[in-house]
Design a protein around this ligand. Structure first.
Ligand SMILES: [Zn+2]
Length: 142
C-alpha cells in the first residue's frame, strides 16, 4: 500500500527519478521500521537540518552494490532496500552520507562527525553488514 509519490521532491525533477518500490506491508511486522519511502525521505531532511548541510535532492532508487550515495552537490540517492531494514540502520546510512558533505572520505574528521551525531555509529555499521556482507561501507562497494 504505497501512498502517492512524492511529497518532498526538489524542483525541476520528474517523478521518474523517485521510485518507492518496496511495499510498506513487508516491514510492518518488524519493530521500528520505516512506514514508507516518504518516511525515509523525511528522516534525511530532518538530519540535514540537524547537521546543517544543504540537501538538495533525495532519490530512492534501486542500486546493485550500494546502500546510498551522495554527490558533492547535495544529491542523495538511497537504495529502497533500506526500507526493509530497521530504522536505526537507515538512519545510520543517511547520517553517513550527509556527513560526507562535511568530510568527503572516511578519515578522522569523518569519524569525529559521526561520533558527534550518532555516538553508536560503529555498532550500527556492524549491524548493517549483517544484512549485506558484500558492502564494506554504505557507499563503497568491495
Ligand atoms: Zn562513505
Amino acid at each position: 500500500m504505497m501512498s502517492a509519490e512524492p511529497t518532498l521532491q526538489a524542483p525541476g525533477r520528474t517523478n521518474r527519478d523517485v521510485i518507492g518500490s518496496v511495499s510498506a506491508d513487508a516491514n510492518a511486522q518488524a519493530g521500528n521500521s520505516w512506514r514508507d519511502a516518504d518516511d525515509l525521505r523525511w528522516a534525511a531532511r530532518h538530519w540535514a537540518t540537524r547537521i546543517g548541510v544543504r540537501l538538495r535532492q533525495v532519490h530512492i532508487r534501486p542500486m546493485t552494490s550500494k546502500w546510498a550515495s551522495m554527490s558533492t552537490a547535495g544529491r542523495l540517492t538511497l537504495n529502497p532496500e533500506l526500507l526493509a531494514l530497521p530504522q536505526e540502520l537507515g538512519e545510520y546510512v543517511v547520517v553517513h552520507e550527509l556527513v560526507h558533505l562535511l568530510a568527503p572520505n572516511h578519515g578522522k574528521l569523518f569519524k569525529s562527525f559521526m561520533l558527534a551525531y550518532l555516538p553508536d555509529w560503529e555498532q550500527r555499521e556492524q549491524d548493517l553488514r549483517r544484512y549485506e556482507p558484500a558492502l564494506i561501507s554504505p557507499d563503497n562497494p568491495r
